[in-house]
Design a protein around this ligand. Structure first.
Ligand code: PLP
Length: 235
């Protein structure tokens, strides 16, 4: 059973914290989109959040997400793929998600473009940057970003709208701040090098433990799971 009033209260609290963080730095709270990360939770959790006014949902596994989309097809929701995308899943993902946040190489650009084209749609994408130089993690190194944006913009069925970041995991949210700041600086450098502003309007950064810091540093999309739906437990 879902405790819908409690879920609504947690959503309201997260929204309030986002708004206060935005106002602290003179930003309009309406400029931050909350993406409720529903991974591992069921369609009924999505439904309860939707009843509380939530429209954007994030998932990190393609098949799990497609199942939830099918079971909430009567609702007008926007689904965001936030996790690493294996190339053999690109076809399904490109046909169904509204936004893919985790594009980090030219091969994915090509596959997602084909998938979106085959489905007769345009897919919004964010380019995931790896600014910590963590070779074991996903994300494109800074030097590869221009090329990925150019490829995506030229592809025909993709609409690149910004950058996404997952900082190294740290206990103190303040230690994530330099990474959020760095992503904003990378955005500004890409703008200065002539990437059109419309392709860089979104910064997807910040999770349950650090979204307020991310908003202070310019996040336009925050991906929040635990603080809304509760703990996912351990596999
Ligand atoms: C799971 C996940 C989140 C949400 O994490 P929480 O700590 O539960 O808020 C955000 N972004 C990505 C990429 C994730 O995989």
């Amino acid at each position: 059973m879902i405790d819908a009033p409690a879920l609504r209260a947690r959503l309201d609290e997260v929204r309030g914290r986002i708004a206060r963080a935005a106002l602290r730095v003179g930003r309009d709270p309406a400029g931050v989109r909350l993406i409720a990360v529903s991974k591992t939770f069921g369609a009924e959790h999505v439904r309860a959040a939707a009843e509380a006014g939530q429209r954007d949902f994030g998932e990190n596994k393609v098949q799990e997400a497609l199942d939830k989309m099918d079971r909430t097809g009567d609702l007008d929701l926007a689904w965001h793929l936030i996790g690493h995308l294996q190339s053999n899943k690109a076809r399904k993902a490109g046909a169904r998600f509204s936004v893919v946040h985790s594009v980090d190489d030219a091969d994915l650009v090509r596959r997602l473009n084909e998938a979106a084209g085959a489905a007769g749609r345009t897919l919004q994408i964010l380019v995931q940057a790896d600014l910590a130089g963590e070779a074991t993690k996903h994300g494109a190194p800074e030097a590869a970003l221009d090329g990925i944006f150019a490829a995506a913009a030229a592809a025909g069925h993709l609409d690149p709208i910004g950058l996404m970041l997952i900082p190294p995991s740290v206990d103190d949210p303040e230690r994530a701040r330099p990474y959020f700041r760095a992503l904003r600086a990378v955005r500004d450098q890409l703008l200065a090098r002539g990437v059109p502003p419309g392709r860089l309007r979104e910064l997807s950064m910040g999770m349950s433990h650090d979204f307020e810091v991310a908003v202070e540093e310019g996040a336009t999309m925050v991906r929040v799971g635990t603080a809304i739906f509760g703990s996912r437990g351990r596999p």
